[in-house]
Design a protein around this ligand. Structure first.
Ligand code: MLT
Length: 398
């Protein structure tokens, strides 16, 4: 009999969004005539821009001729895409090198897979509330997690305690679920803390395209010293509507080096390259063709139009909540609006209440951690019509 990874016993029974999906399917099966509005999981609804679609077609066409056919590609991603990403960073005044960029099928996989580079006895700091993947993947590996409270008192932006040591620090900015975003000064303090502790920051920038305040950093590498202490994960899911298409990238600077117990100095870039070449055969050529077009001037302009549409939805949600005196956060540099459940309700109770009485699906804050217990998240990724309709229903309900 195989001995099982019993760390799985320490996980919640199902992944947050699977649990939501299950509750919604049960409700719909019992109430087939109801019009359910889904503002739960952050899944985009607008079609992908035409510039990008044209390149996806080009990718398909290439596979139809022997002279342009592509088989296995480089596990790290095609140079044309890695270089397009480097140029995109350069346009935002951040310099990275193409062999520091690893193309993948998304930030979810990479933020989970990166845990393989680290031993099991690290001190890991994870904010609470947080994107559940960071927590669940560390529980799967039997890691001990120290939670950092992100609350109204610190504007959901916890800062390091220099008296306490950490080895691995997770930061997501703009944050999922709270929508809060660190400024450069705050991130510099995190970088200083990581350098002082010889720690690594795992920085998720999946929502950088939603930043409207130009003083806010879109990448951890806008902060001095960060290339010695940070890996950055990003995704085209929200930037370009690739939630189904799947493409993201991880930046592992070559200057990230740590000493092993043997005394050997190991490069995380080389380790990640070793891991990816062994376990991953790369993203399809077709998808990478489309992804490269995201970073072209025209492609990015189309992406930005879609993002503006979602930002307007976020404004509609925020204003609707404000009208009802419901305290909300986020929604400005983020597609998520995070708010206090009315009447001090518990977030899963509020989830059931909202579904049963207004047929709106949101995400209960408790799914992101204990500090989310009394909070709820709505996404701006729905259609304009469904967002307006949802806020009308909330208007009537409260
Ligand atoms: C969310 O709703 O939190 C995200 O869409 C989940 C994800 O990106 O995997």
């Amino acid at each position: 009999m195989p001995k099982l990874n019993e760390n799985y016993l320490n996980l919640k029974e199902s992944y947050l969004f699977s649990e939501i999906g299950h509750r919604v399917s049960t409700y719909i099966a019992a109430n087939p005539d109801k019009n359910v509005i889904r503002l739960g999981i952050g899944d985009v609804t607008l079609p992908i821009g035409s510039e990008i679609i044209a390149e996806l077609h080009e990718g398909v066409n290439a596979l139809a001729s022997a002279d342009t056919f592509k088989g296995y590609g480089p596990e790290q991603g095609y140079d044309f895409l890695r270089n397009a990403i480097v140029d995109y960073y350069k346009r935002n005044d951040v310099l990275i090198e193409s062999d520091e960029v690893f193309v993948s099928d998304g930030a979810k996989s990479d933020t989970g897979n990166i845990t393989e580079l680290f031993a099991g006895d690290n001190t890991i700091l994870i904010p609470d509330p947080v994107y559940p993947v960071y927590v669940d993947t560390n529980i799967m590996n039997g890691q001990n997690i120290t939670y950092l409270d992100a609350t109204e008192d610190n504007d959901f932006l916890p800062m390091p305690d220099f008296k306490l040591h950490a080895d691995i620090i997770y930061i997501c900015s703009p944050n999922n679920p709270t929508g809060a975003a660190y400024n450069k000064e705050q991130l510099k303090i995190w970088v200083d803390y990581a350098l002082e502790n010889d720690a690594i920051i795992l920085y998720d920038s999946a929502y950088e395209c939603f930043i409207t305040d130009t003083s806010l950093p879109r990448s951890i590498y806008a902060i001095e010293g960060s290339k010695k202490c940070a890996i950055e994960f990003c995704s085209l899911s929200k930037t370009a509507g690739f939630t189904g298409t799947r493409c993201g990238y991880t930046i592992v600077p070559k200057s990230l080096k740590f000493t092993a117990s043997t005394g050997d100095v190991l490069s995380l870039n080389a380790m990640w390259n070793r891991r990816q070449t062994t376990k991953f055969n790369g993203v399809s050529y077709i998808v990478q063709k489309g992804a490269a077009a995201v970073f072209s001037v025209e492609g990015m302009a189309q992406c930005k139009n879609n993002i503006k549409y979602y930002q307007e939805n976020a404004r509609i949600i925020s204003e609707g909540l404000a009208r009802k005196n419901i305290r909300y956060f986020g929604g400005i540099n983020s597609p998520y609006v995070w708010f206090k459940c009315p009447n001090e309700m518990d977030s899963w109770d509020f989830f059931d209440y909202l579904l049963a009485n207004a047929q709106i699906v949101g995400t209960p804050g408790a799914g992101f951690g204990k500090n989310g217990q009394k909070f709820f998240r709505l996404t701006s990724f729905g259609s304009r019509e469904s967002t307006l309709e949802a806020m009308e229903r909330i208007d009537i309900l409260f």
